[in-house]
Design a binder for this molecule. Structure first.
Ligand code: ADP
Length: 331
């Protein structure tokens, strides 16, 4: 019989637990033993693991976070660290390691492949959706919902006081989350890394739009969505620049880590369940070093090296829609 190990690594995301559950249930069905390594790659290096069975995954599908904990692990990047991990996997007689994480975790999985001959499979788990080879990642849909419901609340107060708010959403260096959150919350403007030109152009564009809006109505609220890590000097800098330029106080709001938490929405549960069960179906097959993703509703096997580096494009139809309804509406 086969022995499967699973771990969650890098930034945590809602749906990681749903994925662990699917893996455990599918393994149970196939009569494979399953262990869960704790604290990401640290668990591999320190041989810190637990046996997983049906009982531990009862009522787990709806829980945010990850019961295996996640972490960053610097030591794993070294050859010595990866060798240690390989020895530990061999000691436990593991046949297959399933890594749920982001592109950094897949670089790590690829690195481990140089030292360990067992099967390594990756499943995309990150709220940022910044992994090439898959249309969506586990956690992305929940993070959109969380951002949208928060921006809706900001809108209430913006309306009540006729104020300008600047809301920063996560996404690392990608604008997937910001674009969808902005569209779904009817924000007035969105600043995305993929379309960012320079600060001056952006400031002028926002000011022009605001002035146009003010001509149409005396009572306006205005919401700008900003993708994180983008504006030189950060959100406070942009808020100040806009305040100076528009002569109205612009309030910055950073949504922050709330976006990583919460019970996963059904899309994330289903993606996690589908990919988790599929990973287990590959256990005795001759395939390794791949991430399992989804493209146009179909599961795809993507070599780890194709998952990072090249930047994944935004949905062009959404970009066009955004430009029509938001950023260029008053241009
Ligand atoms: P994410 O998986 O969410 O992108 P990180 O980038 O922090 O998160 O990566 C998670 C872990 O993967 C790191 O802490 C490290 O242990 C491992 N890792 C990342 N990059 C590499 C690399 N180039 N070589 C080996 N391991 C890596």
């Amino acid at each position: 019989t086969k022995k499967v190990a699973v771990l969650t690594s890098g930034g945590d995301a809602p749906g990681m637990n749903a994925c662990i559950r699917a893996i455990v249930l599918a393994c149970e069905r196939a009569n494979y033993a399953v262990v869960g390594y704790q604290h990401g790659y640290n668990g591999l290096i320190n041989q810190e693991y637990c046996l997983l069975n049906n009982n531990q995954v009862h009522n787990l599908i709806q829980r945010g976070g990850t019961i295996l904990q996640s972490a960053r692990c610097h030591e794993f990047k070294t050859d010595a660290g990866a060798k240690k991990a390989a020895e530990n996997l061999a000691e436990l007689d593991i046949d297959t390691l399933i890594v749920i994480g982001g592109d950094g975790s897949f670089r790590g999985a690829d690195h481990l492949g140089a030292f360990w001959s067992g099967q390594i499979l990756g499943l995309p788990g990150t709220i940022d959706n910044d992994i090439s080879g898959t249309d969506a990642t586990i956690g992305f849909y929940t993070a959109i919902e969380t951002a949208v419901s928060s921006i809706d609340k900001v809108r209430d107060t913006a309306d009540a006081f006729e104020r300008i708010f600047l809301v920063e959403v996560m996404g690392r260096h990608a604008g997937f989350l910001a674009l969808r959150a902005a569209l779904a919350s009817s924000a007035d403007y969105v600043i995305l890394p993929e379309l960012f030109d320079n600060p001056e152009t952006t400031l002028n564009c926002i000011t022009t739009q605001l002035n146009e809006r003010r001509k149409q109505s005396d009572h306006i609220s205005y919401i700008i969505v900003l993708a994180e890590k983008l504006w030189p000097g950060g959100i406070d800098n942009l808020a100040q620049a806009l305040t100076d330029k528009t002569q109205s106080e612009v309030r910055p709001v950073i949504l922050g880590h709330v976006q990583r938490g919460g019970s996963p929405v059904s899309e994330d549960r289903i993606l996690a369940t589908k990919l988790g069960a599929y990973a287990v179906s590959l256990v005795s097959k001759d395939i390794t070093g791949v991430m399992l993703g989804e493209q146009e509703g179909k599961i795809v096997e993507v070599p780890f090296k194709m998952t990072w580096g090249k930047s994944k494009p935004l949905d062009q139809q959404l970009v066009t829609t955004m430009k029509t309804l938001m950023n260029e509406r008053y241009a």
